[in-house]
Design a protein around this ligand. Structure first.
Ligand SMILES: NC(=O)c1ccc[n+]([C@@H]2O[C@H](COP(=O)([O-])OP(=O)(O)OC[C@H]3O[C@@H](n4cnc5c(N)ncnc54)[C@H](O)[C@@H]3O)[C@@H](O)[C@H]2O)c1
Length: 340
């Protein structure tokens, strides 16, 4: 039997902090058909540390040098949020597929510039170049929940309860950053699960902001979809006890929730216990791996990547802007502006 042609996608990673180092490691160790060839970080030592762990990988001296490199076929952007839009547009102009971590950009206007840049570059019938790292779309729990909704296993969906808790908010985190950088995951996953866009958002916090910089934490948002389903969203960055993501779907004839899947079950001191991961890397390891594998498979086969698109990223940011407007306007419902 003739052997199939072997294609390897050579990936460059911009920003090798927590997420970038994790994606580089996942690509290197667990994803078929990809190799990490070039890495770059504003702190060169961080890039060097990642490159040393991956045979054949080298460090680029700048973002542009990585994007334009002959040994880079596709780009991953894991630098801080404000850099996403500019770097994504640079990759598009270089004609290279790009997987940008969420959020795509800081505002709908900035997202629109990315969308227009992509529209202008990609011809009719060609695949999109931009994918956005909303990895929950690949988490086995969320995908099973979506399949159940689509099959109407328990009738029509009525409610979603989404909670997202972290150990502590990073220094300098503001209420707006919590919405645009963290709650934005829910603004993508809720309409994706329901197949129903978010129509309006209201915002609450249980007590006056207690942090010195005025961070409201936790924040609770109520999302209403165009079809009338309601979603409660709790974003609690400083919950203290661990990284803990939950989602419960309540439908006409039953309820379905993400199962907690601890790696071990402890028994000691008269107690049975499990532990929480400290951040997203362990909790969503399967999702990141499946997301990157799907991206690489699509690039190899020439099919559209099944990840969130630039327009999906813009839609999530439109919901985030409505949530910020609700927060700044006293909490009452704010209609999500339609985006092009
Ligand atoms: N999808 C998810 O679940 C998820 C989880 C965490 C973080 N993220 C996103 O990933 C991105 C990185 O987050 P992180 O937690 O790894 O942050 P981090 O601070 O650990 O890493 C960011 C890295 O980027 C470098 N950097 C800064 N500006 C740069 C530039 N212009 N070019 C190249 N490198 C630059 C920094 O030196 C740092 O090493 C953020 O956009 C964040 O929102 C996504």
């Amino acid at each position: 039997m003739a052997s199939l042609p072997r294609v390897t996608i050579r990936v460059g990673v911009i920003g090798t902090g927590n997420m970038g180092a994790d994606h580089a490691n996942t690509l290197h160790r667990y994803v078929r058909g990809a190799t990490v060839t070039v890495v770059m970080d504003a702190q060169a030592q961080r890039a060097a540390t990642v490159a040393e762990a991956i045979p054949g990988a080298r460090v680029a001296r700048s973002e542009a040098a990585l994007i334009d490199a002959d040994d880079v076929d596709a780009v991953i952007i894991t630098s801080p949020d404000p850099s996403h839009a500019g770097l994504t547009m640079s990759a598009v102009r270089a004609g290279k597929p790009v997987m940008c971590e969420k959020p795509l950009a800081q505002s709908v206007d900035e997202c629109l510039r990315v969308v227009k840049t992509e529209d202008g570059f990609v011809g009719a019938g060609s695949n999109r170049l931009v994918s956005v790292g909303f990895m929950r779309r690949f988490d086995p729990g969320y995908t099973q929940m979506k399949a159940s909704i689509e099959a109407r296993e328990n009738g029509a969906p009525l409610l979603l309860h989404c909670t997202s808790r972290g150990v502590s908010a990073g220094a300098g985190t503001t209420s707006e950053m919590s919405i645009k950088g963290s709650a934005v995951h829910e603004f993508d996953i809720v309409p994706w699960l329901l197949g129903d866009p978010i129509a309006d958002v209201s915002w609450y916090t249980p007590r006056p902001p207690g942090h010195p910089d005025g961070l409201a934490d936790p924040q609770v948002m109520l999302l209403r979809t165009a079809g009338g389903t309601l979603a409660t969203v709790e974003t609690f960055m400083g919950a203290g006890y661990g990284y803990d993501i939950n989602c419960e779907l309540v439908s006409e004839r039953g309820a379905l929730a993400l199962a907690y899947r601890p790696a071990v079950l402890g028994n000691a001191g008269g107690q049975r216990f499990t532990t929480h991961p400290l951040d997203w890397r362990a909790r969503f390891a399967d999702a990141y791996r499946l997301e990157l594998q799907a991206w690489v498979d699509a690039l190899i086969s020439g099919s559209p990547p099944p990840l969130a698109t630039a327009r999906d990223g813009m839609q999530a940011t439109a919901v985030a802007e409505a949530a910020v407007a609700a927060m700044n306007g006293g909490g009452g419902p704010v209609v999500v502006k339609p985006v092009g």
